[in-house]
Design a protein around this ligand. Structure first.
Ligand SMILES: [Zn+2]
Length: 549
């Protein structure tokens, strides 16, 4: 009956519309031919604002601000805030509890051993004699990605590629059904892949490798892009004892000579802005040689710039190196977007740019400015807890693993000693919660009832995966960073690690800015809505509809 009523309404509606020809909706604008996803590894939200005065071109980061949409309160809704979890969340719209990527590396509670996020012993390396570097695939990701959904929606006619210095930065964003993912082999200075994607490395990748670009980039050395006074006025001093020295213990300040690495030491390029050049050049090669965005079937190119993470870990967010790295990345982006305009056509593609996580200040820098914080060390902590357990008449081996703020119990040993979960939780928690750097230790399985503000509690729940997470999650006080005596890191629940940039421009994007709270999990559903396709299977986010035309 309702159906009939609906039909009647339609018949009645026709003549009404016919009398008003002006109300015929405009022909829908064509969908983007290409989605370009850019992850800038370790980029903090505040960098665009802080570095804006030093960006020379309106066509790089500022193109998002001038032509596109900025989403300014985007938060990571889980812990740990690390690279693998970030890339997975961006492209699945999901969280470790559902997508399975519980860390860069985790202790597998079923296999009772450490697992690297993209390791896959069943595949072989393509393009290198460095066998372990290429035995990688996305099999540990349990849900579909944006690339997978783009493929499903096109009967697998879409083309999907991932490119990064880091294996996990290329493999996870490209997804399960990708045509290819390429990452950098630091031993040979070449982009490689695995047999997961095919039998041979594409000829265009071998041809690019044969250019030996790392050598020609090393030949340029690392000099500042702008006058010294700019860096002096806007950064911490150039040389600090709390910075790491990736270019040797005597290379503590600008300019950095890189010529000595030519023909060897290919891994060093990751800690220079030139790692980004390699990724951008490979992205251009992929666009041309794989004809991405050439027809009306939407393709996906996922690009992840890893060098900002390496630079940030060594020198921190307030360093000359970080500012100069972003000035150079801005120029690269401007060049890349101009290339896309020519290659794919200005209105034919859509770009989003975000980060996999942000970063804390170097603890000693914080201390210098009377800000809270300090450094912690999980290896030392494991020994310390072991000693504590021994003094209580328990076994030091009851802790299997501590990593990325997760403590894994040794369950087989607990069973053989008939030690209950409750007892070990109680002993370890009461010990750790007396430490000056610890805010709270959360019983992972019962995180939903932890005595923390709801939004923070939810991040622990979202990060908890029974097969791959620890029994306890350490929440350090603000500013306390797990790592080494120099440099800094990320992984915590706090805004300095969890507040990320989110920028869009191109086909289907409305100019403007959004200030309400949004989440990393919203990115994938936003792209799905833009394309009119299914959301990735484990997505828990909501589309940011304000930015869509
Ligand atoms: Zn990192």
């Amino acid at each position: 009956m309702k159906y009939l009523a609906f039909l009647c309404f339609c018949f009645l509606a026709v003549p009404t519309n016919a009398q008003k020809p002006k109300s015929i909706p405009p022909i829908a604008k064509s969908k983007p031919k290409l989605i370009v996803g850019i992850v800038v590894d370790q980029m903090r939200w505040d960098y665009v604002n802080r570095f804006k005065p030093f960006f020379k071109s309106p066509a790089g980061f500022l193109r998002f601000v001038n032509e596109g949409a900025t989403v300014d309160n985007t938060l990571i809704p889980y812990v740990p805030t690390v690279t693998a979890c970030g890339h997975t969340c961006v492209y699945t719209g999901s969280v470790p509890a559902i997508h399975g990527i519980a860390g860069n590396m985790w202790y597998d509670n079923v296999k009772q051993k450490s697992v690297y996020c993209v390791e896959d012993a069943t595949v072989q390396t393509l393009g290198s004699n460095n066998n372990s570097a290429g035995q990688m695939s996305p099999i540990n990701v349990w849900t579909t990605t944006i690339g997978d959904e783009i493929k499903l929606a096109s009967n697998f006619k879409s083309k999907v590629f991932g490119i990064s210095i880091k294996d996990r930065g290329a493999i996870i964003p490209a997804g399960h059904s990708a045509n290819g993912a390429f990452w950098y082999d630091s031993k040979n200075g070449a982009f490689i892949s695995s047999t997961y994607y095919g039998k041979t490395l594409p000829t265009w990748v071998s041809n690019y490798n044969n250019l030996h670009r790392p050598d020609s980039l090393y030949n340029l050395d690392w000099n500042l892009s702008l006058p010294n006074a700019i860096y002096e006025a806007n950064c911490d001093q150039d040389e600090n004892s709390y910075e790491s020295t990736p270019f040797g213990k005597d290379a503590k300040h600008f300019p950095y000579s890189l010529k000595g690495y030519i023909g060897k030491d290919y891994g060093k390029i990751a800690s220079t802005p030139y790692g980004n050049n390699l990724v951008a050049e490979m992205a251009k090669q992929a666009l041309v040689n794989e004809s991405l965005g050439a027809d009306n079937i939407t393709d996906l190119l996922a690009v992840s710039f890893s060098s900002p993470d390496y630079i940030g870990h060594s020198f921190g967010p307030d360093s000359w190196e970080t500012l100069d790295g972003y000035i150079k990345l801005d120029e690269l982006l401007a060049d890349f977007f101009t290339f896309l305009d020519k290659q794919v056509g200005k209105d034919n593609y859509t770009v989003f740019l975000t980060a996999d996580h942000a970063v804390a200040n170097i603890p000693a820098f914080s201390k210098k400015h009377q800000l809270p914080g300090g450094s912690t060390n999980e290896d030392a902590l494991k020994k310390e807890i072991g000693t504590m357990l021994t003094t209580k008449g328990l076994d030091a081996n009851l802790i299997s693993f501590i990593g990325e703020y997760n403590i894994h119990f040794n369950h087989p040993l607990m069973d053989s000693l008939q030690l209950t979960q409750e007892k070990l939780v109680e002993v370890v928690t009461s010990y750790l919660e007396k430490k000056a750097d610890v805010l709270q230790v959360v019983d992972a399985r019962h995180a939903a009832s932890a005595a923390l503000p709801a939004s923070l509690r939810e991040r622990i729940v979202n990060g908890y995966n029974p097969q791959r997470s620890g029994d306890l999650v350490i929440i350090n006080k603000s500013g306390y960073v797990d790592g080494f005596s120099t440099g800094t890191s990320h992984g915590a629940i706090y805004n300095y690690d969890a507040h990320i940039p989110l920028l869009f421009f191109g086909n289907g994007i409305k100019k403007g800015s959004v200030n309400r709270e949004t989440y990393m999990t919203d990115i994938a559903p936003t792209i799905s809505t833009l394309l009119g396709i299914q959301m990735p299977s484990g997505s828990i986010g909501k589309p940011i509809t304000e930015i869509l035309q």
